[in-house]
Design a protein around this ligand. Structure first.
Ligand code: KMH
Ligand code: ZN
Length: 282
């Protein structure tokens, strides 16, 4: 059943885009913190974080990740969710080590998927190791589902290892990736029907599927993820100017759907994320 509010996640950067081609992309810590503040103001409750190095290239450097977690906690109330997907070239050990930065949450992709011309690798043993580490370190996972087979693997993971830290299962349907499930209403309904009982879910449509997936998710009672990681075109021929305008549009549509944007505190309560905002030096 649909809740009374819509949890909005912003994914501002990703690992695939070049700063030189997309100047509005936040790549420095300063740009990321500014973006996070604007997006919280616009209605976001969670930030899904990929970081870049001094050359604006994707990195999983643990010092930078830890500094990023602290800076975002200091400057905002957002739930800080680090990506464990990284870039398609990142080795498993470094992706596992992301949790040592002690974020509130992390992404956990439930299977391998073709990803454009690349392959995003998430074999079963890696998924298991990552999931057990989230339970040990007290990091709330969000299950990223790019394909229907990923839903089956999520069931398998929960059957084998039990409930996630926080006690609540929350999934994100990542739709419209070339190689994954289609970004349309029929596919969304089918995927949602297969989710574990009691799970909540958000959806994001990549590229031109962003708006149809957002409307379908609202109609079906889901939450939303938006951001430049997933789309850099606001409307036909008009590049995205900032992550905040994507969050603003999502919040406006959530209002129209009569499920306004959820606060970060309410999202924490729903997901079982401990309040660590005052504990920035953890
Ligand atoms: N960059 C993609 C290969 C995640 O953050 O967990 C994987 C990704 C998923 O973005
Ligand atoms: Zn990501």
């Amino acid at each position: 059943m649909a809740g009374t509010a819509t949890m909005i996640t912003v994914a501002p950067t990703g690992a695939e885009l070049d700063k030189s081609a997309v100047p509005a992309l936040p790549v420095t810590l300063e740009e990321l913190v500014t973006t996070a503040k604007e997006c919280q103001q616009a209605g976001a409750a969670i930030i899904h974080v990929h970081i870049r190095d001094g050359d604006a290239q994707p990195t999983l450097d643990i010092t930078r990740l830890t500094d990023t977690v602290h800076a975002l906690r200091e400057a905002t109330d957002l739930i800080v969710q680090l990506s464990t997907g990284g870039a398609v070239t990142d080795p498993y050990e470094r992706r596992l080590a992301v949790l040592d930065a002690r974020p509130d949450g992390c992404s956990l992709t439930c299977g391998t998927v073709n990803f454009g011309d690349d392959v995003f690798m998430n074999p079963w043993p890696f998924m298991c190791e990552l999931y057990v580490k989230t339970q040990e370190l007290g990091v709330v996972p969000e299950f990223e589902l790019f394909d229907m087979g990923h839903v089956a693997s999520l069931h398998r993971l929960l059957d084998k290892f039990g409930a996630p830290f926080g006690g609540h299962v929350h999934c994100d349907l990542v739709m419209g990736v070339p190689g994954g499930m289609a970004g349309d209403a029929a596919t969304l309904v089918q995927a949602v029907a297969a989710l574990p009982e009691g799970a909540t879910w958000s959806a994001t449509g990549v590229g031109r599927t962003a708006v149809p997936v957002m409307l379908a998710a609202l109609a079906a009672g889901g939450d939303l993820r938006v951001g430049m990681e997933d789309t850099i075109t606001f409307s036909r021929g008009r590049p995205v100017a900032s992550n905040a305008e994507l969050v603003e549009r999502a919040a406006k549509l959530a209002d129209l759907a009569q499920r306004p944007a959820m606060s970060p505190d309410a999202a924490r309560a729903m997901l079982g994320v401990p309040d660590r905002h005052s504990d920035a030096g953890r």
